[in-house]
Design a protein around this ligand. Sequence first.
Ligand SMILES: [Mg+2]
Length: 179
Amino acid sequence: MLVLLDRDGVLNENRDDYVKSPGELVMLPGAAQAVARLNGAGHHVAICTNQSAVGRGIVQPAMLERIHETLREHLARAGARIDLLLACTDPPWAASDRRKPGPGMLQEAMRQFRVGPHDTVMIGDDLVDLQAAMRAGIRRILVRTGKGRKTQAAGIPAEVLPVAVHDDLAAAVASLLGA
Ligand SMILES: [Mg+2]
């Protein structure tokens, strides 16, 4: 199975003013351990994250790389790794189909691992994650961390259903692994 993860609000705390430095990257409890469980079960794990802060000129590309090195270090401390990290830096006013809710990044990950939509799942905290997954034809999980509670409270639109909802990444992974 290929497990696609959103970053902010799934692995680390979401910030309304963007994660702008490694110090602002605060891991959510249990998230790294959940990735380690997926690794241990032999699943591919890829991040698909919108990072418009780069396209908006708020975060430089080299800083985004540093933030992602720090993310990999946090994961490694829990024995976890991500197999692929895709980030779309498009600003909303010049968005390609890689920017969620477009399906482009998700399809790119599936191509890289030669995995089809029926063997892929997307885990996110925002409606755009669910919409991107729906457009890519893959299974959808909403976690209630980050923006997740707000996303659920706003009402999940009928066109992206069915959506499984879990409290956090650890609970989502437990359900995927059947334990
Ligand atoms: Mg998010």
